[in-house]
Ligand binder design. Structure first.
Ligand code: NIG
Ligand code: FE
Length: 412
């Protein structure tokens, strides 16, 4: 027997868990198990063994990486992105700097409709190439699994085009990809809202299901977009076709998104910039995973989700990037962890748990991803030499993920 890769002299091997692991809630989020002076062995794309250096078995390896002074942790799992888009939107960025709100930009034909127009005019191959570059960028920054949404198509053909590209990203990169149909992201100018909802329900959902293009269904439940009744209707239709709901909820207003998410048994409700006691009580009644997207709150200057209230209520909390051109033009999960610590008062341990285990649970891939566990997919980050793991969010904006292994293969 020989291992494919053996990492030795690891300063701290973080997030070591056994296979009984489930989503982490409340005070359990504070604990991040670390083996100091550790080794990690990889074989056939899986985590084969790990432990203290002094108990390293006498097994040869094709490649040995000396991680002296460096930490190793499981790749980030990013459970909320819109990384398929045609073009960036810096013109709106400047409008925002000059005082326009997200809602004002959207109402003036910017926002999601702006991205949709650009995407509709782009060929599938060109859109794939641009999206592939973003996928490669997030791999280098330490993401090993990602959820990708449609929602900039807003026609049957263009929504399918986006989801086909999302599936292709999963086939042509080492990323583990789950896909989400977000036809109900905005109402295009060509339709009234009720006409567009009919299109989503009667044509888009069946067409997406026919090609098996989406694992989940999402709705932008928000004032000026889709209300709670419309959200519920669309989710229930998606469920009939095997797509579980996950929602954009409470980003700009207390729109009832969280409550409807719990009602339709959504896997997650994401954003949560505008929640209070009622939403937290609703979450306690269900199994829906609250997910904060600190990049979007940061970029739009919104209040940050009340992480302490959520965790103190005994709930789980996940952290994802929301990588998209309008509200979070970054898919860098180290930065999201830093923002969670700095702006949401999460400890580094809580933030790492939120961005690995809890996002893996929110993507229903915890059996294979999110922790250092024997038999799980060998997706790991090796940091630059750093004094402590807390240094990673502390030194925000630095690229401290040095090397990345995905599916047991060294990427860089
Ligand atoms: O998650 N809020 C809705 N959707 C995205 C932003 C979309 C856009 O502005 O392009 C979000 O923030
Ligand atoms: Fe989003």
């Amino acid at each position: 027997m020989a291992w494919d890769i053996l990492i030795t002299n690891i300063k701290g091997l973080a997030q070591v868990r056994d296979s009984t692991l489930t989503v982490l809630s409340g005070s359990a989020m504070a604990d991040l198990p670390v083996i100091e002076e550790a080794f990690l062995a990889i074989s056939d794309g899986k985590i084969a063994d790990y432990g203290e250096m002094q108990s390293l078995p006498n097994v040869t390896a094709d490649r040995v990486i000396d991680a002296k002074g460096r930490f190793v942790f499981p790749s980030f799992v990013d459970s909320h992105t819109h990384l398929i888009f045609a073009a960036s939107r810096e013109e709106e960025f400047v409008m925002k700097i000059k005082g326009a709100s997200y809602a004002e930009i959207a109402a003036s034909g910017g926002g999601i409709l702006n991205s949709a127009q650009k995407l509709q005019h782009m060929s599938e191959d060109e859109l794939f190439e641009r999206s592939l570059a973003r996928a490669q960028e997030i791999i280098k920054s330490g993401t090993g699994a990602v959820e990708i949404k449609s929602g900039y198509g807003l026609t049957v053909a263009d929504e399918l085009k986006m989801l086909r590209i999302a599936r292709r990203i999963g086939e042509e990169t080492p990323l583990k990809v789950k896909t989400t149909f977000l036809g109900a992201h905005a109402v295009p100018k060509s339709h009234t809202k009720s006409e567009y909802i009919q299109l989503v329900v009667k044509e888009m959902i069946p067409a997406v299901a026919e090609e098996k293009l989406a694992d989940y269904i999402d709705v932008f439940c928000e004032e000026g977009f889709f209300n709670t009744d419309e959200t519920e209707l669309i989710c229930e239709e998606g469920k009939k076709y095997g797509m579980k709901p996950r929602l954009h909820a409470n980003q700009l207003h207390r729109s009832g998104g969280v409550q409807v998410g719990v009602k339709v048994n959504a896997i997650s409700v994401d954003h949560l910039e505008n929640i209070g006691k009622e939403e937290i009580e609703a979450l306690k009644r269900g199994n829906t995973i609250p997910t904060a997207l600190p990049g979007a709150a940061f970029f739009l200057n919104l209040p940050f989700p009340p992480a302490r209230d959520i965790i103190n209520a005994g709930l789980p909390l996940a952290i994802a990037s929301d990588y998209n051109p309008g509200s979070s033009p970054s898919g860098n999960m180290s930065l999201m962890v830093a923002l969670a610590c700095i702006k949401m008062r999460m400890t580094p341990e809580e933030a790492f748990n939120a961005a690995t285990i809890n996002t893996a649970a929110a993507m229903e891939i915890l059996e294979t991803h999110g922790s250092i566990t024997r038999g799980k997919t060998a997706n790991v980050c090796i940091t630059m030499p750093i004094p402590t793991l807390a240094y990673l969010p502390y030194s925000f904006g630095s690229q401290l993920v040095g090397q990345v292994i995905i599916n047991g293969r060294l990427i860089n």
